[in-house]
Design a protein around this ligand. Structure first.
Ligand code: ADP
Ligand code: MG
Length: 591
Protein backbone atom coordinates (compact mmCIF):
# COMPACT_ATOMS: atom_id res chain seq x y z
CA UNK A 1 0.00 0.00 0.00
CA UNK A 2 2.66 2.42 1.15
CA UNK A 3 4.94 1.41 -1.70
CA UNK A 4 2.37 2.25 -4.26
CA UNK A 5 1.67 5.65 -2.83
CA UNK A 6 5.38 6.46 -2.74
CA UNK A 7 5.77 5.58 -6.37
CA UNK A 8 2.65 7.48 -7.30
CA UNK A 9 3.94 10.45 -5.41
CA UNK A 10 7.27 10.26 -7.19
CA UNK A 11 5.65 9.95 -10.57
CA UNK A 12 3.57 13.00 -9.83
CA UNK A 13 6.85 14.94 -9.80
CA UNK A 14 7.86 13.35 -13.10
CA UNK A 15 5.26 15.06 -15.25
CA UNK A 16 5.52 13.90 -18.85
CA UNK A 17 8.66 11.93 -18.01
CA UNK A 18 6.44 9.35 -16.32
CA UNK A 19 6.31 7.35 -19.55
CA UNK A 20 10.08 7.13 -19.71
CA UNK A 21 10.03 5.56 -16.27
CA UNK A 22 7.58 2.93 -17.43
CA UNK A 23 9.62 2.37 -20.61
CA UNK A 24 12.70 1.84 -18.46
CA UNK A 25 10.97 -0.98 -16.56
CA UNK A 26 9.88 -2.68 -19.76
CA UNK A 27 13.36 -2.45 -21.30
CA UNK A 28 14.91 -3.66 -18.11
CA UNK A 29 12.61 -6.69 -17.91
CA UNK A 30 13.33 -7.51 -21.56
CA UNK A 31 17.03 -7.24 -20.87
CA UNK A 32 16.65 -9.72 -18.01
CA UNK A 33 15.03 -12.24 -20.32
CA UNK A 34 17.68 -11.69 -23.00
CA UNK A 35 20.35 -12.24 -20.37
CA UNK A 36 19.07 -15.79 -19.83
CA UNK A 37 19.52 -16.74 -23.49
CA UNK A 38 23.33 -17.17 -23.38
CA UNK A 39 22.85 -19.92 -20.81
CA UNK A 40 20.58 -21.81 -23.14
CA UNK A 41 23.16 -21.54 -25.92
CA UNK A 42 25.97 -22.57 -23.64
CA UNK A 43 23.89 -25.56 -22.62
CA UNK A 44 23.52 -26.41 -26.31
CA UNK A 45 27.29 -26.15 -26.77
CA UNK A 46 27.95 -28.48 -23.86
CA UNK A 47 25.36 -30.95 -25.10
CA UNK A 48 26.86 -31.04 -28.54
CA UNK A 49 30.34 -31.58 -27.18
CA UNK A 50 29.16 -34.31 -24.83
CA UNK A 51 27.15 -35.98 -27.56
CA UNK A 52 30.06 -35.93 -29.99
CA UNK A 53 32.66 -37.12 -27.46
CA UNK A 54 35.13 -38.56 -28.10
CA UNK A 55 34.76 -37.80 -31.81
CA UNK A 56 34.98 -34.01 -31.49
CA UNK A 57 35.27 -33.56 -35.25
CA UNK A 58 31.54 -34.29 -35.53
CA UNK A 59 30.62 -31.08 -33.69
CA UNK A 60 28.88 -28.79 -36.17
CA UNK A 61 26.90 -25.98 -34.57
CA UNK A 62 29.52 -25.01 -32.06
CA UNK A 63 30.42 -21.64 -33.47
CA UNK A 64 26.81 -20.77 -34.29
CA UNK A 65 25.73 -21.45 -30.72
CA UNK A 66 28.78 -19.72 -29.35
CA UNK A 67 28.07 -16.59 -31.36
CA UNK A 68 24.41 -16.63 -30.43
CA UNK A 69 25.44 -16.71 -26.78
CA UNK A 70 27.67 -13.67 -27.30
CA UNK A 71 25.08 -11.79 -29.36
CA UNK A 72 22.28 -12.37 -26.86
CA UNK A 73 24.57 -11.28 -24.03
CA UNK A 74 25.47 -8.07 -25.87
CA UNK A 75 21.82 -7.48 -26.74
CA UNK A 76 20.89 -7.85 -23.08
CA UNK A 77 23.46 -5.22 -22.16
CA UNK A 78 22.34 -2.81 -24.88
CA UNK A 79 18.69 -3.11 -23.88
CA UNK A 80 19.70 -2.52 -20.27
CA UNK A 81 21.58 0.63 -21.28
CA UNK A 82 18.47 1.84 -23.07
CA UNK A 83 16.51 1.19 -19.88
CA UNK A 84 19.01 3.17 -17.83
CA UNK A 85 18.95 6.09 -20.23
CA UNK A 86 15.17 6.29 -19.92
CA UNK A 87 15.21 5.91 -16.16
CA UNK A 88 17.93 8.52 -15.65
CA UNK A 89 16.19 11.10 -17.79
CA UNK A 90 13.08 10.66 -15.69
CA UNK A 91 14.91 10.41 -12.37
CA UNK A 92 16.90 13.60 -12.80
CA UNK A 93 13.74 15.40 -13.75
CA UNK A 94 11.94 14.10 -10.68
CA UNK A 95 14.85 15.06 -8.45
CA UNK A 96 14.99 18.56 -9.90
CA UNK A 97 11.22 18.92 -9.60
CA UNK A 98 11.22 17.82 -5.98
CA UNK A 99 13.94 20.31 -5.13
CA UNK A 100 12.16 23.04 -6.99
CA UNK A 101 8.83 22.25 -5.32
CA UNK A 102 10.47 22.16 -1.88
CA UNK A 103 12.28 25.47 -2.43
CA UNK A 104 9.13 27.10 -3.78
CA UNK A 105 7.29 25.86 -0.75
CA UNK A 106 9.95 26.98 1.70
CA UNK A 107 9.75 30.58 0.53
CA UNK A 108 6.05 30.62 1.34
CA UNK A 109 6.69 29.49 4.90
CA UNK A 110 6.93 31.97 7.75
CA UNK A 111 10.49 33.27 8.22
CA UNK A 112 10.47 31.84 11.71
CA UNK A 113 10.34 28.32 10.30
CA UNK A 114 14.11 28.06 9.76
CA UNK A 115 14.73 28.85 13.42
CA UNK A 116 12.57 25.99 14.52
CA UNK A 117 14.00 23.29 12.30
CA UNK A 118 17.61 24.39 11.71
CA UNK A 119 19.05 25.21 8.33
CA UNK A 120 21.36 22.17 8.32
CA UNK A 121 18.39 19.88 8.56
CA UNK A 122 16.48 21.70 5.84
CA UNK A 123 19.46 21.42 3.53
CA UNK A 124 19.77 17.73 4.24
CA UNK A 125 16.11 17.10 3.57
CA UNK A 126 15.97 19.07 0.35
CA UNK A 127 19.21 17.74 -1.10
CA UNK A 128 19.76 14.28 0.25
CA UNK A 129 16.20 13.08 0.33
CA UNK A 130 15.67 14.12 -3.25
CA UNK A 131 18.95 12.43 -4.18
CA UNK A 132 17.64 9.23 -2.59
CA UNK A 133 14.68 9.32 -4.94
CA UNK A 134 17.08 9.71 -7.85
CA UNK A 135 18.88 6.43 -7.08
CA UNK A 136 15.56 4.74 -6.53
CA UNK A 137 14.05 5.76 -9.84
CA UNK A 138 17.19 5.60 -11.94
CA UNK A 139 18.57 2.29 -10.71
CA UNK A 140 16.49 0.47 -8.20
CA UNK A 141 13.15 0.37 -9.94
CA UNK A 142 14.55 -0.80 -13.29
CA UNK A 143 16.66 -3.31 -11.40
CA UNK A 144 13.56 -4.47 -9.65
CA UNK A 145 11.74 -4.99 -12.96
CA UNK A 146 14.84 -6.84 -14.08
CA UNK A 147 14.91 -8.89 -10.92
CA UNK A 148 11.25 -9.78 -11.20
CA UNK A 149 11.47 -10.79 -14.86
CA UNK A 150 14.45 -13.05 -14.21
CA UNK A 151 12.63 -15.55 -11.92
CA UNK A 152 9.82 -15.82 -14.45
CA UNK A 153 12.28 -16.70 -17.19
CA UNK A 154 14.28 -18.86 -14.81
CA UNK A 155 11.20 -20.72 -13.71
CA UNK A 156 10.55 -21.80 -17.25
CA UNK A 157 14.19 -22.70 -17.86
CA UNK A 158 14.61 -24.52 -14.55
CA UNK A 159 11.74 -26.87 -15.21
CA UNK A 160 12.47 -27.46 -18.87
CA UNK A 161 15.52 -29.63 -18.28
CA UNK A 162 15.20 -31.58 -15.04
CA UNK A 163 12.35 -30.63 -12.74
CA UNK A 164 13.94 -32.38 -9.73
CA UNK A 165 17.10 -30.29 -9.94
CA UNK A 166 15.01 -27.24 -10.77
CA UNK A 167 12.96 -27.65 -7.65
CA UNK A 168 16.06 -28.24 -5.54
CA UNK A 169 17.71 -25.06 -6.73
CA UNK A 170 14.58 -23.18 -5.74
CA UNK A 171 14.54 -24.47 -2.16
CA UNK A 172 17.31 -22.24 -0.84
CA UNK A 173 15.68 -19.41 -2.75
CA UNK A 174 12.42 -19.87 -0.90
CA UNK A 175 14.24 -19.91 2.43
CA UNK A 176 16.19 -16.81 1.46
CA UNK A 177 12.97 -15.02 0.59
CA UNK A 178 11.56 -15.82 3.97
CA UNK A 179 14.60 -14.38 5.69
CA UNK A 180 14.49 -11.35 3.48
CA UNK A 181 10.89 -10.60 4.37
CA UNK A 182 11.95 -10.62 8.01
CA UNK A 183 14.77 -8.21 7.26
CA UNK A 184 12.53 -5.75 5.45
CA UNK A 185 9.45 -6.19 7.60
CA UNK A 186 7.57 -3.65 9.61
CA UNK A 187 9.87 -3.78 12.59
CA UNK A 188 12.88 -3.14 10.39
CA UNK A 189 11.14 -0.28 8.70
CA UNK A 190 10.74 1.35 12.07
CA UNK A 191 14.38 0.69 12.85
CA UNK A 192 15.40 2.25 9.58
CA UNK A 193 13.36 5.30 10.40
CA UNK A 194 14.97 5.63 13.81
CA UNK A 195 18.38 5.13 12.28
CA UNK A 196 17.72 7.86 9.74
CA UNK A 197 16.45 10.17 12.43
CA UNK A 198 19.66 9.68 14.35
CA UNK A 199 21.66 10.33 11.20
CA UNK A 200 19.67 13.46 10.40
CA UNK A 201 20.02 14.78 13.88
CA UNK A 202 23.76 14.24 13.84
CA UNK A 203 24.08 16.10 10.53
CA UNK A 204 22.00 18.97 11.88
CA UNK A 205 24.01 19.23 15.07
CA UNK A 206 27.24 19.09 13.09
CA UNK A 207 26.22 22.17 11.14
CA UNK A 208 25.31 24.04 14.32
CA UNK A 209 28.58 22.89 15.85
CA UNK A 210 30.71 24.16 13.00
CA UNK A 211 28.87 27.47 13.16
CA UNK A 212 29.64 27.79 16.83
CA UNK A 213 33.24 26.69 16.65
CA UNK A 214 34.59 30.22 16.98
CA UNK A 215 32.86 30.54 20.32
CA UNK A 216 34.37 27.28 21.51
CA UNK A 217 37.81 28.40 20.47
CA UNK A 218 37.51 31.84 21.99
CA UNK A 219 36.44 30.55 25.33
CA UNK A 220 38.71 27.55 25.31
CA UNK A 221 35.91 25.11 25.95
CA UNK A 222 36.27 21.47 25.19
CA UNK A 223 34.32 19.69 22.50
CA UNK A 224 32.13 18.27 25.20
CA UNK A 225 30.65 21.67 25.79
CA UNK A 226 28.69 20.89 22.66
CA UNK A 227 26.71 18.35 24.51
CA UNK A 228 23.98 18.13 21.94
CA UNK A 229 26.42 17.28 19.19
CA UNK A 230 28.11 14.65 21.28
CA UNK A 231 24.76 13.22 22.31
CA UNK A 232 23.67 13.00 18.70
CA UNK A 233 26.83 11.08 17.83
CA UNK A 234 26.36 8.71 20.74
CA UNK A 235 22.76 8.22 19.76
CA UNK A 236 23.74 7.46 16.19
CA UNK A 237 26.33 4.98 17.37
CA UNK A 238 23.72 3.28 19.48
CA UNK A 239 21.40 2.88 16.53
CA UNK A 240 23.99 1.71 14.09
CA UNK A 241 25.17 -0.98 16.45
CA UNK A 242 21.65 -2.08 17.32
CA UNK A 243 20.64 -2.17 13.69
CA UNK A 244 23.73 -4.09 12.67
CA UNK A 245 23.34 -6.60 15.48
CA UNK A 246 19.73 -7.20 14.60
CA UNK A 247 20.61 -7.93 11.01
CA UNK A 248 23.71 -9.98 11.66
CA UNK A 249 22.11 -13.40 11.99
CA UNK A 250 19.46 -13.20 9.25
CA UNK A 251 22.01 -11.66 6.89
CA UNK A 252 24.46 -14.46 7.56
CA UNK A 253 21.82 -17.13 6.86
CA UNK A 254 20.69 -15.30 3.78
CA UNK A 255 24.16 -14.96 2.29
CA UNK A 256 24.96 -18.58 2.98
CA UNK A 257 21.75 -19.79 1.39
CA UNK A 258 21.88 -17.78 -1.79
CA UNK A 259 25.52 -18.51 -2.38
CA UNK A 260 25.20 -22.17 -1.48
CA UNK A 261 22.61 -23.26 -4.03
CA UNK A 262 25.19 -25.21 -6.02
CA UNK A 263 26.22 -27.11 -2.90
CA UNK A 264 22.65 -28.35 -2.51
CA UNK A 265 22.66 -29.36 -6.15
CA UNK A 266 25.92 -31.30 -5.90
CA UNK A 267 24.78 -33.14 -2.78
CA UNK A 268 21.51 -34.04 -4.47
CA UNK A 269 23.31 -35.13 -7.62
CA UNK A 270 25.51 -37.50 -5.62
CA UNK A 271 22.42 -39.14 -4.17
CA UNK A 272 20.58 -39.27 -7.47
CA UNK A 273 23.51 -40.79 -9.36
CA UNK A 274 24.30 -43.52 -6.85
CA UNK A 275 22.91 -45.98 -9.43
CA UNK A 276 25.14 -44.68 -12.27
CA UNK A 277 25.30 -41.48 -14.27
CA UNK A 278 23.97 -40.68 -17.72
CA UNK A 279 25.28 -38.05 -20.10
CA UNK A 280 21.89 -36.38 -20.01
CA UNK A 281 21.96 -36.03 -16.24
CA UNK A 282 25.49 -34.71 -16.18
CA UNK A 283 24.57 -32.17 -18.78
CA UNK A 284 21.56 -30.97 -16.83
CA UNK A 285 23.52 -30.77 -13.61
CA UNK A 286 26.15 -28.62 -15.30
CA UNK A 287 23.43 -26.41 -16.66
CA UNK A 288 21.94 -25.86 -13.23
CA UNK A 289 25.31 -25.16 -11.68
CA UNK A 290 26.06 -22.63 -14.39
CA UNK A 291 22.74 -20.88 -13.92
CA UNK A 292 22.75 -20.61 -10.12
CA UNK A 293 24.84 -17.42 -10.05
CA UNK A 294 21.96 -15.66 -11.78
CA UNK A 295 19.62 -16.78 -9.04
CA UNK A 296 21.98 -15.36 -6.45
CA UNK A 297 22.39 -12.13 -8.35
CA UNK A 298 18.66 -11.77 -8.82
CA UNK A 299 17.96 -12.31 -5.16
CA UNK A 300 20.59 -9.82 -4.13
CA UNK A 301 19.10 -7.26 -6.48
CA UNK A 302 15.62 -7.83 -5.09
CA UNK A 303 16.92 -7.50 -1.58
CA UNK A 304 18.64 -4.19 -2.22
CA UNK A 305 15.56 -2.98 -4.01
CA UNK A 306 13.48 -3.67 -0.90
CA UNK A 307 16.03 -2.07 1.37
CA UNK A 308 16.06 0.95 -0.84
CA UNK A 309 12.32 1.00 -0.88
CA UNK A 310 12.63 1.66 2.83
CA UNK A 311 15.14 4.43 2.21
CA UNK A 312 12.98 6.10 -0.38
CA UNK A 313 9.85 5.77 1.75
CA UNK A 314 11.73 7.54 4.50
CA UNK A 315 13.05 10.19 2.11
CA UNK A 316 9.57 10.87 0.79
CA UNK A 317 8.12 11.26 4.24
CA UNK A 318 10.89 13.73 5.09
CA UNK A 319 10.14 15.77 2.01
CA UNK A 320 6.45 15.61 2.91
CA UNK A 321 7.25 16.92 6.36
CA UNK A 322 8.39 20.13 4.68
CA UNK A 323 5.67 20.19 2.06
CA UNK A 324 3.03 19.78 4.73
CA UNK A 325 4.15 22.79 6.71
CA UNK A 326 1.55 25.46 6.41
CA UNK A 327 2.51 28.61 4.54
CA UNK A 328 1.39 31.91 6.00
CA UNK A 329 -2.23 32.24 4.98
CA UNK A 330 -2.76 34.81 2.24
CA UNK A 331 -5.36 37.39 3.05
CA UNK A 332 -8.71 37.43 1.31
CA UNK A 333 -9.27 41.14 1.80
CA UNK A 334 -5.91 42.79 1.10
CA UNK A 335 -5.47 46.29 2.48
CA UNK A 336 -2.72 48.86 2.29
CA UNK A 337 -1.19 50.33 5.42
CA UNK A 338 -2.44 53.88 5.88
CA UNK A 339 0.65 55.31 7.55
CA UNK A 340 3.90 54.12 9.07
CA UNK A 341 2.74 53.35 12.58
CA UNK A 342 3.22 49.99 14.27
CA UNK A 343 0.72 48.83 16.84
CA UNK A 344 0.91 45.74 19.02
CA UNK A 345 -2.21 45.00 21.02
CA UNK A 346 -2.52 42.21 23.53
CA UNK A 347 0.20 40.17 21.82
CA UNK A 348 1.08 36.85 23.41
CA UNK A 349 3.30 34.37 21.66
CA UNK A 350 4.77 31.00 22.41
CA UNK A 351 7.30 29.19 20.23
CA UNK A 352 6.28 25.76 19.10
CA UNK A 353 7.19 23.21 21.80
CA UNK A 354 8.35 25.94 24.18
CA UNK A 355 7.32 25.64 27.80
CA UNK A 356 6.45 29.26 28.41
CA UNK A 357 5.33 32.28 26.44
CA UNK A 358 8.09 34.33 24.85
CA UNK A 359 5.72 37.30 24.83
CA UNK A 360 2.99 37.94 27.35
CA UNK A 361 0.14 40.32 26.57
CA UNK A 362 2.19 43.11 25.04
CA UNK A 363 0.50 46.31 23.91
CA UNK A 364 2.53 49.10 22.38
CA UNK A 365 1.90 51.76 19.77
CA UNK A 366 4.75 53.25 17.79
CA UNK A 367 3.84 56.44 15.95
CA UNK A 368 4.91 57.15 12.38
CA UNK A 369 8.49 58.42 12.37
CA UNK A 370 9.07 57.54 16.00
CA UNK A 371 12.35 55.91 17.02
CA UNK A 372 11.81 53.28 19.68
CA UNK A 373 14.56 51.29 21.34
CA UNK A 374 13.97 47.88 22.91
CA UNK A 375 16.30 47.14 25.79
CA UNK A 376 16.40 44.48 28.45
CA UNK A 377 18.06 41.29 29.54
CA UNK A 378 18.91 38.65 26.99
CA UNK A 379 16.08 36.22 26.33
CA UNK A 380 13.52 38.81 27.36
CA UNK A 381 11.70 38.72 24.02
CA UNK A 382 13.06 41.74 22.14
CA UNK A 383 13.92 39.88 18.95
CA UNK A 384 10.66 37.95 19.07
CA UNK A 385 8.59 41.10 19.39
CA UNK A 386 10.41 42.82 16.53
CA UNK A 387 10.16 39.79 14.25
CA UNK A 388 6.43 39.55 14.83
CA UNK A 389 6.04 43.05 13.41
CA UNK A 390 7.50 41.72 10.15
CA UNK A 391 5.25 38.64 10.34
CA UNK A 392 8.04 36.11 10.76
CA UNK A 393 5.55 34.22 12.84
CA UNK A 394 1.81 34.49 13.04
CA UNK A 395 0.41 35.10 16.47
CA UNK A 396 -2.74 33.58 17.85
CA UNK A 397 -3.47 36.04 20.61
CA UNK A 398 -3.61 39.75 20.02
CA UNK A 399 -2.84 41.61 16.82
CA UNK A 400 -0.08 43.52 15.08
CA UNK A 401 -1.07 46.41 12.88
CA UNK A 402 1.04 48.45 10.52
CA UNK A 403 -0.52 51.69 9.37
CA UNK A 404 -3.75 50.62 11.06
CA UNK A 405 -3.98 47.35 9.11
CA UNK A 406 -3.47 43.91 10.60
CA UNK A 407 -0.26 42.45 9.12
CA UNK A 408 -2.27 39.37 8.18
CA UNK A 409 -4.31 41.54 5.82
CA UNK A 410 -1.32 43.17 4.15
CA UNK A 411 -0.23 41.31 1.00
CA UNK A 412 3.21 39.76 1.33
CA UNK A 413 4.92 42.01 -1.21
CA UNK A 414 3.34 45.10 0.26
CA UNK A 415 4.52 44.11 3.73
CA UNK A 416 8.04 43.49 2.42
CA UNK A 417 8.04 46.93 0.82
CA UNK A 418 6.86 48.52 4.03
CA UNK A 419 9.09 46.81 6.59
CA UNK A 420 12.84 46.31 6.33
CA UNK A 421 15.07 44.60 8.83
CA UNK A 422 18.78 44.47 9.51
CA UNK A 423 19.81 41.42 11.48
CA UNK A 424 22.79 40.98 13.71
CA UNK A 425 24.18 38.27 11.51
CA UNK A 426 23.51 39.75 8.14
CA UNK A 427 24.30 37.23 5.47
CA UNK A 428 25.82 38.18 2.16
CA UNK A 429 25.51 35.89 -0.82
CA UNK A 430 28.44 34.69 -2.84
CA UNK A 431 28.08 37.21 -5.63
CA UNK A 432 29.36 40.72 -6.29
CA UNK A 433 28.71 43.45 -3.75
CA UNK A 434 26.69 45.23 -6.41
CA UNK A 435 24.37 42.24 -6.83
CA UNK A 436 24.18 41.72 -3.08
CA UNK A 437 22.83 45.22 -2.66
CA UNK A 438 20.66 45.04 -5.76
CA UNK A 439 18.69 42.14 -4.23
CA UNK A 440 16.64 44.70 -2.31
CA UNK A 441 15.48 46.38 -5.51
CA UNK A 442 16.08 44.35 -8.68
CA UNK A 443 15.51 47.28 -11.07
CA UNK A 444 17.94 49.64 -9.32
CA UNK A 445 20.56 51.32 -11.51
CA UNK A 446 24.28 51.08 -10.79
CA UNK A 447 24.28 54.72 -9.69
CA UNK A 448 21.47 54.14 -7.20
CA UNK A 449 23.34 51.20 -5.72
CA UNK A 450 26.57 53.17 -5.45
CA UNK A 451 24.72 55.97 -3.69
CA UNK A 452 23.19 53.51 -1.21
CA UNK A 453 26.65 52.10 -0.51
CA UNK A 454 28.03 55.60 0.00
CA UNK A 455 25.19 56.49 2.40
CA UNK A 456 25.89 53.28 4.30
CA UNK A 457 29.52 54.43 4.78
CA UNK A 458 30.88 51.64 2.61
CA UNK A 459 33.29 53.70 0.48
CA UNK A 460 36.33 52.56 2.42
CA UNK A 461 35.32 48.92 1.90
CA UNK A 462 34.96 49.36 -1.85
CA UNK A 463 38.32 51.17 -2.07
CA UNK A 464 40.29 48.35 -0.51
CA UNK A 465 38.68 45.61 -2.64
CA UNK A 466 40.45 44.55 -5.85
CA UNK A 467 37.45 45.08 -8.14
CA UNK A 468 35.56 47.60 -6.04
CA UNK A 469 31.83 47.12 -6.09
CA UNK A 470 32.14 44.23 -8.55
CA UNK A 471 34.25 42.15 -6.17
CA UNK A 472 32.65 38.82 -5.39
CA UNK A 473 32.01 38.30 -1.69
CA UNK A 474 33.69 35.18 -0.38
CA UNK A 475 36.07 34.94 -3.35
CA UNK A 476 39.66 34.06 -2.67
CA UNK A 477 41.44 36.71 -0.65
CA UNK A 478 38.30 38.78 -0.14
CA UNK A 479 37.59 39.16 3.51
CA UNK A 480 34.91 41.30 5.07
CA UNK A 481 34.64 41.76 8.80
CA UNK A 482 31.31 41.42 10.57
CA UNK A 483 30.90 45.19 10.79
CA UNK A 484 31.74 45.59 7.10
CA UNK A 485 29.20 42.97 6.17
CA UNK A 486 26.64 44.72 8.28
CA UNK A 487 27.33 48.02 6.55
CA UNK A 488 26.77 46.40 3.18
CA UNK A 489 23.51 44.94 4.35
CA UNK A 490 22.55 48.40 5.60
CA UNK A 491 23.17 49.64 2.06
CA UNK A 492 20.79 46.98 0.89
CA UNK A 493 18.06 48.21 3.21
CA UNK A 494 18.94 51.79 2.28
CA UNK A 495 18.27 50.98 -1.36
CA UNK A 496 14.92 49.45 -0.54
CA UNK A 497 13.95 52.55 1.41
CA UNK A 498 11.03 50.96 3.29
CA UNK A 499 9.33 53.37 5.72
CA UNK A 500 9.41 51.02 8.74
CA UNK A 501 12.78 49.74 9.94
CA UNK A 502 13.65 46.98 12.34
CA UNK A 503 17.26 47.02 13.45
CA UNK A 504 18.95 44.41 15.56
CA UNK A 505 22.07 46.19 16.67
CA UNK A 506 25.23 44.12 16.62
CA UNK A 507 26.36 43.20 20.10
CA UNK A 508 30.04 43.83 19.68
CA UNK A 509 32.38 45.27 17.11
CA UNK A 510 36.02 44.46 16.86
CA UNK A 511 37.13 48.01 16.22
CA UNK A 512 35.73 51.42 17.23
CA UNK A 513 36.20 52.77 13.70
CA UNK A 514 33.77 50.21 12.35
CA UNK A 515 31.37 50.85 15.17
CA UNK A 516 31.32 54.57 14.44
CA UNK A 517 30.70 53.93 10.75
CA UNK A 518 27.87 51.50 11.43
CA UNK A 519 26.33 54.05 13.78
CA UNK A 520 26.63 56.76 11.14
CA UNK A 521 25.08 54.46 8.54
CA UNK A 522 22.23 53.64 10.90
CA UNK A 523 21.47 57.28 11.51
CA UNK A 524 21.32 58.10 7.80
CA UNK A 525 19.10 55.08 7.29
CA UNK A 526 16.77 55.88 10.16
CA UNK A 527 16.09 59.46 9.14
CA UNK A 528 12.37 60.08 8.64
CA UNK A 529 11.45 56.45 9.25
CA UNK A 530 9.62 54.56 11.94
CA UNK A 531 12.33 52.65 13.74
CA UNK A 532 12.26 49.66 16.07
CA UNK A 533 15.79 49.28 17.32
CA UNK A 534 16.92 46.40 19.47
CA UNK A 535 19.73 48.09 21.33
CA UNK A 536 22.53 46.31 23.09
CA UNK A 537 24.59 49.31 24.05
CA UNK A 538 22.97 52.08 25.97
CA UNK A 539 24.93 54.70 24.08
CA UNK A 540 22.62 54.17 21.11
CA UNK A 541 19.54 54.27 23.32
CA UNK A 542 19.95 57.80 24.63
CA UNK A 543 18.92 59.35 21.32
CA UNK A 544 15.74 57.28 20.95
CA UNK A 545 12.34 58.98 21.22
CA UNK A 546 11.17 56.29 23.55
CA UNK A 547 12.78 53.37 25.35
CA UNK A 548 10.85 50.17 26.01
CA UNK A 549 12.30 47.89 28.66
CA UNK A 550 11.37 44.28 27.93
CA UNK A 551 11.83 41.55 30.49
CA UNK A 552 10.37 38.05 30.69
CA UNK A 553 8.15 38.69 27.69
CA UNK A 554 6.52 41.72 29.27
CA UNK A 555 7.01 45.44 29.02
CA UNK A 556 8.67 46.35 32.28
CA UNK A 557 8.80 50.09 31.68
CA UNK A 558 8.67 52.76 28.99
CA UNK A 559 9.91 56.33 28.79
CA UNK A 560 12.72 58.53 27.59
CA UNK A 561 16.24 58.05 28.80
CA UNK A 562 15.93 60.86 31.34
CA UNK A 563 12.60 59.61 32.67
CA UNK A 564 13.75 56.02 33.07
CA UNK A 565 17.07 57.01 34.59
CA UNK A 566 15.25 58.97 37.23
CA UNK A 567 13.13 55.96 38.24
CA UNK A 568 14.77 53.33 40.33
CA UNK A 569 13.96 50.45 37.98
CA UNK A 570 15.68 47.94 35.76
CA UNK A 571 16.76 50.62 33.31
CA UNK A 572 18.44 52.74 35.98
CA UNK A 573 20.29 49.64 37.12
CA UNK A 574 21.38 48.85 33.54
CA UNK A 575 22.53 52.44 33.14
CA UNK A 576 24.63 52.23 36.28
CA UNK A 577 26.20 48.97 35.09
CA UNK A 578 26.87 50.50 31.73
CA UNK A 579 28.62 53.51 33.21
CA UNK A 580 30.72 51.33 35.47
CA UNK A 581 31.81 49.27 32.48
CA UNK A 582 32.56 52.42 30.45
CA UNK A 583 34.70 53.86 33.27
CA UNK A 584 36.49 50.57 33.60
CA UNK A 585 37.25 50.60 29.88
CA UNK A 586 38.62 54.14 30.06
CA UNK A 587 40.69 53.19 33.09
CA UNK A 588 42.24 50.27 31.29
CA UNK A 589 43.11 52.17 28.15
CA UNK A 590 44.73 54.93 30.20
CA UNK A 591 46.89 52.52 32.11
P1 ADP B 1 15.94 38.66 23.25
O1 ADP B 1 15.99 39.10 21.85
O2 ADP B 1 15.37 39.66 24.19
O3 ADP B 1 17.26 38.17 23.74
P2 ADP B 1 14.34 36.52 22.22
O4 ADP B 1 13.16 37.18 21.61
O5 ADP B 1 15.41 36.09 21.31
O6 ADP B 1 14.93 37.44 23.37
O7 ADP B 1 13.84 35.24 23.05
C1 ADP B 1 12.70 35.27 23.90
C2 ADP B 1 12.44 33.88 24.42
O8 ADP B 1 12.02 33.03 23.37
C3 ADP B 1 13.64 33.22 25.06
O9 ADP B 1 13.20 32.47 26.16
C4 ADP B 1 14.15 32.30 23.97
O10 ADP B 1 14.77 31.17 24.54
C5 ADP B 1 12.89 31.92 23.24
N1 ADP B 1 13.14 31.69 21.80
C6 ADP B 1 13.71 32.56 20.94
N2 ADP B 1 13.75 32.04 19.68
C7 ADP B 1 13.18 30.81 19.75
C8 ADP B 1 12.91 29.77 18.81
N3 ADP B 1 13.21 29.88 17.51
N4 ADP B 1 12.32 28.65 19.27
C9 ADP B 1 11.98 28.51 20.55
N5 ADP B 1 12.20 29.44 21.50
C10 ADP B 1 12.79 30.59 21.13
MG1 MG C 1 17.74 39.12 20.52
Amino acid sequence: MKKESNLKQLLRYAGGYKYLTVASWIFSALSALAALLPFVYIWKVIREVLDAAPDYGAVQNLSYNGWMAVISAVAAILIYIAALICSHLAAFRVQANIRRAAMHHIVTLPMGFMDGIGSGKVRKIVYESSAATETYLAHQLPDKANALATPVGLFVLLFVFDWRLGLLSLLPVAAAFLIMSVMTGKRMRKKMEEYNNALGQMAGEAVEYVRGISVVKTFGQSVFSFRRFKESIDNYEKWVIAYTKDLRFPMMCYTTLVNGIFAVLIAAALVMTSGGVTNEFLLNLMYYIIITPIITLTLTKIMYASENKLIVADAMSRIDSIMEMKPLPETKSPKRPMDNSVEFSGVSFRYKDARRNALENISLTINPGEHVAFVGPSGGGKTTLASIAARFQDIENGSVKIGGVNVKDIPKEELMDTVSFVFQDSRLLKTSILENVRMAKPDASREEILKALRDAQCDDILEKLPKGVDTVVGAKGVYLSGGEQQRISIARVMLKNAPVLILDEATAFADPDNEAKVQAAFSVLAKGKTVLMIAHRLSTVIGADRIVVIKDGKIADTGTHEQLKAKDGLYAEMWRQYNKAAKWKVGVSNA
